[in-house]
Design a protein around this ligand. Structure first.
Ligand code: 4NP
Length: 582
């Protein structure tokens, strides 16, 4: 395959749209999609099947729609990628996009809507707070948090959310803000437990907790002050025994649905009953009356929107997504493996072979961001692009990843760039020892870019090359440049251990670097700012290390346009072709 062919294939993979189902209102399914190049809001008329684009130019996030109103609430970056957002509304059948609140933009990172009120958590440079607004644009700051907190739901009585409210980096508590009393209560079933993403139904909150060992769903009644295990009518959920939940919520009539997760794949349950769906991952879902709407994908199958009739079990693809044959043929085999790391800990990973590429052949250890995230059997443009261009992938879910229980996820707290880096090194070892890799690269975006910088400075002899996207090179400078949210984030990640910042910063080892590296960075990134990376490049220059650097102008950390994804992946592929094929 020539370079020109690869560029064509890359463009075709990148153009494959994403879909996120948000909910139904006024007979229309509301969803996010990149089908016209940017992540925009769309609605699909459920009686005619016709689709309407509601926003243009790309938005940042949206609240679940409510049956009480035709208006859909969403956030848009108004700062060329610096992630300063404003709130907007648009009618579900289309029309003018309107700014809801005329206030200075902020980083909005948690948003809930009940058809009348909008509750959101937002950060400025100095403050992280909870805000309440209405559809007339009246907005009030109601509570200022001293630590990380995210609003997840609202109704006429309460706003709920969760965060490190007791300032213990290894625990998370639920907060309940009472609208009548203007006060916040912190709730945890057990001191030190991790409690996440509460969802409201009247006075009840449904959330995930590890208070009793494994991650379980529980229901807390705010007024009765009781905590209960949900009673399901069916037993499939219990038999499946999920390790975590990708999502969950209440139906309109107060039943519970949940997407259970185990080894990077999901199953869907309503009131404990499994709703059979193809193998892979349900990344978003909504139930409306007797229908389930869900997005389904796998590492080799792009996202589709499914409609399941919950009475008959009949499943229909309502938005399809097909890859061109030449790409589909390369995205073939997905394997879930576990390998032992330096200390014997088992690390789960996904291996995707590029069909037709030599074995052993050029292989990329793909490091996900987060770090509290995971590579599941779910569509990832970056992984699909690499595989389609002829690279085998090993994507480790290093310690700290989600998906494998709280014990595993908490292992990176107080130790970023320690045990997790070793897990990356051992992923490489697995790829070499199992005959997959001839040449091997390390590549990642954000926390994955950090890992790439660290792996190539601490262990330069292990890699043929590295690709660091939006990476971190210097924790001290990153902290100085961070807003209130990311300062809290770093405090939690390091468990307050500032003494580790130097030791865990790639810049401290830059004089060891000799691995050719491709650095790709958004100019306006406000999570992982460019400045420390430019300093790092200056050192590579002085040390005559072979590198290339691509600063992508006028964009930020979150990639919400396909064109921007291409600007990141094109230099990555061209660089890999040069260093991995000789
Ligand atoms: P992510 O970005 O990997 O995309 O979630 C990050 C940004 C900042 C930090 C970590 C990850 N941080 O620790 O500041």
């Amino acid at each position: 395959m020539s370079i020109v062919d690869k560029i064509r294939i890359l463009e075709s993979v990148v153009k494959t749209p994403s879909y996120v189902v948000l909910g139904v209102t006024h007979g229309r399914l509301v969803y996010l999609s990149t089908v016209e190049g940017a992540a925009d809001l769309w609605s699909l008329d459920l009686s005619t099947g016709s689709k309407t684009r509601l926003t243009s130019g790309g938005i940042s996030g949206a609240a679940r729609p409510s049956e009480k109103t035709r208006l859909v609430v969403y956030t848009r970056d108004v700062s060329k990628g610096r992630e300063l957002h404003k709130l907007f509304t648009v009618d579900v059948s289309g029309g003018e996009e309107k700014i809801l609140i005329e206030a200075p933009p902020m980083r909005i990172f948690g948003i809930a809507f009940d058809g009348e009120r909008i509750a959101y958590t937002a950060a400025t440079e100095r403050e992280l707070a909870l805000y309440l607004a209405d559809l007339k644009g009246v907005c009030e700051k109601v509570y200022s948090f001293e630590s990380l907190a995210i609003a997840t739901d609202v109704n006429e009585k309460y706003v709920v959310g969760y965060g490190a409210l007791k300032k213990n980096p290894k625990s998370m508590e639920i907060f309940v803000y009472s609208l009548a009393e203007n006060s916040i209560k912190i709730y945890s079933p057990r001191e030190g437990s991790v409690n996440k993403a509460p969802r409201l139904y009247e006075t009840k909150v449904l959330f995930e907790t590890n208070a009793f060992g494994e991650n379980k769903l529980v229901v807390y009644d705010i007024e009765e002050k009781t905590l209960e295990k949900p009673e399901f009518a069916y037993r499939d959920y219990e038999k499946y025994h999920p390790v975590e939940h990708a999502s969950y919520d209440w139906t309109e009539d107060g039943r519970i649905w949940a997407v259970g997760k185990k080894n990077g794949r999901t199953k869907f349950f309503l009131d404990g009953k499994e709703i059979p769906l193809p193998e892979g991952f349900i990344s978003s879902a909504a139930i409306h009356r007797d229908k389930l709407y869900a997005t389904h994908s796998s590492l080799v199958k792009p996202p589709k929107v499914l409609e399941v009739d919950l009475t008959t079990g009949e499943t229909r693809v309502i938005i399809d997504n097909k890859l061109p044959r030449e790409i589909e043929e390369k995205l073939d085999e997905v394997k879930f493996i576990k390998y032992k790391s330096f200390d014997g800990l088992e690390i789960p990973a996904f291996v995707v072979k590029s069909k037709g590429a030599p074995v052993p052949g050029p292989t990329v250890v793909y490091v996900h961001g987060g770090p509290w995230s995971e590579v599941a059997d779910s569509w990832r443009t970056m992984i699909a692009s690499l595989v389609a261009c002829g690279y085998h992938i090993v994507a480790p879910n290093f310690r700290g990843s989600t998906g494998y229980g709280e014990y595993f996820r908490l292992l990176d707290i107080g130790d970023p760039g320690g045990g997790d880096l070793q897990d990356i090194i051992y992923a490489r070892k697995w790829a070499v020892e199992n005959g997959l890799a001839s040449k091997i690269a390390v590549m990642g975006y954000s926390y994955g870019g950090y890992m790439t910088f660290l792996a190539t400075t601490k262990y330069p002899e292990l890699w043929d090359c590295g690709v660091a996207g939006a990476g971190i090179t210097d924790w001290e400078e990153l902290y100085e440049l961070s807003d209130a949210l990311f300062k809290q984030f770093i405090n939690i990640l390091f468990a307050g251990r500032k003494d580790l910042w130097k030791e865990r910063s790639p810049v401290s080892y830059v004089d060891n670097a000799k691995t050719p590296i491709c650095v790709i960075h958004p100019q306006n990134d406000s999570r992982t700012p460019l400045r420390p990376v430019l300093k790092y490049l200056q050192r590579l220059l002085e040390n005559r290390v072979s590198f290339e650097a691509h600063v992508i102008p006028d964009i930020g950390h979150a990639i919400n346009r396909l064109e921007d994804m291409l600007k990141i992946l094109l230099p990555a592929i061209l660089f890999l072709e040069k260093h991995m094929r000789r």
